[in-house]
Design a protein around this ligand. Structure first.
Ligand SMILES: [Zn+2]
Length: 248
C-alpha cells in the first residue's frame, strides 16, 4: 500500500541550520584572514549580511557570536560589529581556526570523548578520593544552580575536569583539557538558548556523580556511556527547540 501524504511528508528531513551558520563563519573568517577586513573595521550590519548571504537573522547572529567568542570581533551594542585589534594574532593560527569552525571536528570531538570518557568514569570510580568526590559534587551543584548558559558551561566543564582529575592519571587529565578547549571555543558549540541542559542531561550527570561517589565502577561506566550516546543524539536530532550542538 502506498504511503499517504502525511507519512510521505515525514520523509523530507530538516536541513541543519548549522550548515548555514558554518558557511557564514567560514566566509567571515576568510575575509578576516585575507585582510579584506582588518582590525578596527566595521563588518556590514546585520540586514546587509542577511541580504548578502541570503541567510536568516538568527544564523547571522550565531555566526557573529561564534567569532566574538573567539575574540576575533567585538560587538558594540548600538554601533556595530568591529574586527578586534588582536584578531591578527589569533588568525596566525589558521589550523586552530579551521578546526574550531569545522563541523567534522565536532564529530571528531565526540568520537574522542567516546574513547576517553568511559575510561575516565571507570578510573574515577575506582580511585576518587573524598576531595575528588567533593569537587565533582560542587561542580554538579554549580551546574544545577547556573543562571545563564555561560555559567552553566563553565560549571559543566569543571564537572568533567573534576572527573578527569579523579582518575589521578595526568595524561587523561591533559587529554580532557584538549577536549575542553573545543567545548569552550568552537563557534559550532555555542547554543543560542541557555536551556542546554534538559532533564535527561541533568539526570545523567547526577547518576555519574552518584555512581562514582558509591565507587560503583560498572554503573559509572554505564552512566557515562549513556551521556555520550545522548550527546551523539544531538548530531542527528531534528527540530523541537533543541540545539544541534553536542554540548553535554
Ligand atoms: Zn557532560
Amino acid at each position: 500500500m502506498a504511503l499517504d501524504y502525511a507519512a510521505k511528508a515525514q520523509l523530507v528531513s530538516r536541513i541543519p541550520r548549522t550548515h548555514a551558520r558554518q558557511a557564514v563563519v567560514e566566509q567571515l573568517l576568510s575575509l578576516l584572514r585575507s585582510g579584506a577586513y582588518g582590525p578596527g573595521d566595521r563588518l556590514p550590519p546585520e540586514p546587509e549580511l542577511m541580504r548578502l548571504t541570503g541567510v536568516g537573522r538568527s544564523t547571522i547572529r550565531e555566526a557573529i557570536r561564534g567569532l566574538a567568542s573567539m575574540q576575533l570581533v567585538e560587538v558594540q551594542p548600538g554601533r556595530g560589529t568591529f574586527v578586534s585589534s588582536g584578531s591578527s594574532q589569533s588568525l596566525d593560527d589558521p589550523k586552530m581556526l579551521l578546526l574550531l569552525s569545522d563541523r567534522q571536528a565536532v564529530v571528531d570531538l565526540i568520537e574522542a570523548r567516546t574513547l576517553i570518557e568511559p575510561h575516565i568514569a571507570r578510573l574515577a570510580a575506582e580511585r576518587a578520593t573524598t576531595e575528588d568526590v567533593a569537587a565533582i559534587g560542587a561542580a554538579l551543584a554549580a551546574q544545577v544552580s547556573a543562571s545563564d548558559h555561560a555559567a552553566w558551561r563553565e560549571a559543566h566543564l569543571a564537572f568533567h575536569e573534576a572527573l578527569a582529575r579523579a582518575t589521578h592519571n595526568l595524561v587523561l587529565t591533559r587529554m580532557w583539557s584538549s577536549v575542553a578547549t573545543f567545548l569552550r571555543n568552537s563557534p559550532l558549540i555555542s547554543p543560542a538558548q541557555p536551556s542546554t541542559w534538559d532533564s535527561v542531561g541533568r539526570a545523567l550527570h547526577e547518576r555519574i556523580y552518584e555512581t562514582i561517589a558509591a565507587q560503583d565502577v560498572a554503573a559509572a561506566v554505564a552512566a557515562m556511556d549513556e551521556h555520550i550516546a545522548d550527546m551523539m543524539g544531538f548530531l542527528g536530532r531534528s527540530p523541537g527547540g533543541k540545539t544541534d550542538s553536542p554540548e553535554g
